[in-house]
Every structure is written in structure tokens, then in C-alpha cells.
Design a protein around this ligand. Sequence first.
Ligand code: SF4
Length: 409
Amino acid sequence: MKKDIYAKMQILSDSAKYDVSCSSSGSDSNYKTGELGATHNSGICHTFSADGRCISLLKVLLTNYCIYDCAYCVNRSSNDIPRAAFSPRELANITINFYKRNYIEGLFLSSGIIESENHTMELILRVLKILRFEHKFNGYIHVKLIPGSDEALIAEVVRLASRVSSNIELPSDNSLKLLAPNKTKEKVLQPLKIARDLSLERDNKAIGMSTQLIVGATPESDFDILKLSSVLYDKALLKRVYYSAYIPVNDDKNLPAILTKPPLVREHRLYQADWLLRFYGFSYDEILTSQAPNLDEELDPKTMWALSNLHLFPIEINRASKEELIRIPGIGVRGAHKILKARRFKKLGFDDLKALKISIKRAQYFITCEREFQREIALYPENIRAALIKPEPKKQPSLFDVSGITGEL
Ligand code: SF4
């Protein structure tokens, strides 16, 4: 890579790292400049394709110049930071070079707004056209759509990309007005609506659409965030919401102080609650309410829900439906299938559940096997909660326990 291209790559892959719509950012490996495998500064990240394969991507911005001044963003116009911009051809050539060297299998492309929304979208479209038509690159390309650009441009990008996203970033109009005054909810949802309508036209062959919501920069509760995600899933505007714990990068009176730690546990709990929405048939207002609007940091959302609905438990493992089984803390969709299958041949006891690798540790307070409890404990939320969050006693290895060293004796 030529030196100025290398410098641009460092700036533009570093600027892209705060976008989590593509799962991870970069890899920390010991490398020396010029040696093979020096991917650390080149923004290689990983994501999952529609068929579940993990693929590595070049994650980069076309430019980190931006005419906007969103308060939470490292690339905002008022920040004095090193700036750079690739030409569409430069970026397409780098992508192909990396691909041919087997560094990457695809591209995750986003951009600051340069000149105007339409101009930026046109530059991104140019990258796509060079890759798809000149280089005949048929691999994975994820494009961040530019809200506010013309419908025809967005539609062309959607046709050429493998996956698209549009970052809503802040969960309410009020917060957008305060921190990103050039954006409105309508404006950020517009590209997703165009992408959805286009994918419906294509015989329902949906293109993967995602968004990023920043958590902890603004006062919205988990209830507000989960409600928004649920509405977006229901309207088929998204396949996936990515929650991003806010990392303070700018000093701003409307944002948490610069040394505030990112709320990582909250982010993790939101991902768990989102999973319940998408795969377990929960609605957002079963998980949270406006009176109890935040997830519990100590307990996962399904356990939290079960403790608030103890009148529905215990559930008899040998008679419960699949829908009932997957609502039991510690039993996932795969566990429920294993139970249903094993139940065809015999009545199951706790030892059978252990053999099926069901997490008895959490499930034991909520189930019976042939009306027997595993553990005698009064079914009060406080008792169960205390038992569940009690730290596990550390196992002292016995002087004569050599199984860890020798395996089976
Ligand atoms: S438009 Fe995007 S790149 Fe520009 S300041 Fe706002 S969040 Fe940052």
C-alpha cells in the first residue's frame, strides 16, 4: 500500500470503529509494518452472513470529513482531528487487493457527509459500481445508507449491496433534536423504508437491514429503547438492532462526562431482551413496563420476567408446550426441542435434564419433573433472586483429585 493510502487507511478505519452495526472492530495482533498479516490498522472486523458463517470485512469510512456536528460523534465538524478521504476508485482497489490477498471476504462501508447527502451517496454508489461491474466482485458489501439522500440513489445502492443499514443512533426525537439537530426520526427511517419496500418488490427476498442505537448517552429508559426496536421489527424495517454502549469521545454539556464508563452490562441486557423479542415470542411490554422501565443488571431479562410472573410457575416439564418451555429461565429454544424429543420415549426426571445439558441451576426454581421439585425453596421472588445471584462457592481442588491432570482414572 502506498504511504499516503496507508495513512488514509489508518485514519478512516479508526474513525469507523464506533459503528457496531458490523459486529467487531479490528484485531490486536503483534505485527510489523510491511509484514504479511498486518491487519490491525486496516479495520478488519467480523460479521455473520445470512447462512451463519463468520466473515471478515474491511470496515472503513469513505471520508471522516462531515458537514454535520452530531454532539456524540468523533467525526463531527467542530472536532479538530486528522481528516482524510478516499476516492471511490482508491477504496474499490484497496478492497480488491485485500480480497485477493485473503485478508477479507467483504466490505463494510460508511461515510461522513461530504458536501451534501446526495453527493456522499453518489460517491458510495460509485464504489459499489466499480466493485460490482468493473472488478466483478460478487462478495459481501454492507453499506451505511445516507439519510436524506434521494430515493432513486438509495434504491440503486440497495440493489447492489448485500446488506444495508441506517443508524437511528438516538432513541427519541427529543434527543435527536438536542444532539443531532440535522437529523429527525423521519429522516433516519426514510432509507430503511425504501429498502424494505424494495425487498418486498423482490418477491419478499428481504435484504438484511440493521441499525445502531446508542445506549446511555441520553435519558431514554430500556423500556423506550425496547419499544422502539419492537415497532421497527413489527414494521419489517429491520432485521437487527445493534445496541452500542455510549463511549464518551467529546466534552459536551448535554452528554455524560468524558471519563464515564460505557454501560456495557446494560448493553448486554438489551441484547438479551432483544433476543427474547425476536426468537422467544415475548413482547416488549411483557419484559418491561413504564413503571419498571429498566432491565436488571444482576439478572437476565427472562429470569426477571419469570420472577414477576411466579403465578405461572412451576411448569411441569413432562407436560409443557414448546411455548411454555422456552419461557423457563435456563431453557432455550434448543433445550426445549431436546426435551420435547426425549419426552416421546419416557417421563423425564432432573437427571435426564442434566443429561440433556439443560441449565438446571436457573431452571430448578421454575420447574417440576413429575410434580417433584429439585430443590425445596419457598417460591418467593426474593428467595429465588437471592439464590440466583449468590456467588458460586469456589471449588477447592483436593490433594487427591487428579482427574484434571490425568483425565478418567
Ligand atoms: S452525520 Fe454521522 S459522521 Fe457526521 S457528525 Fe453525525 S454521526 Fe458523525
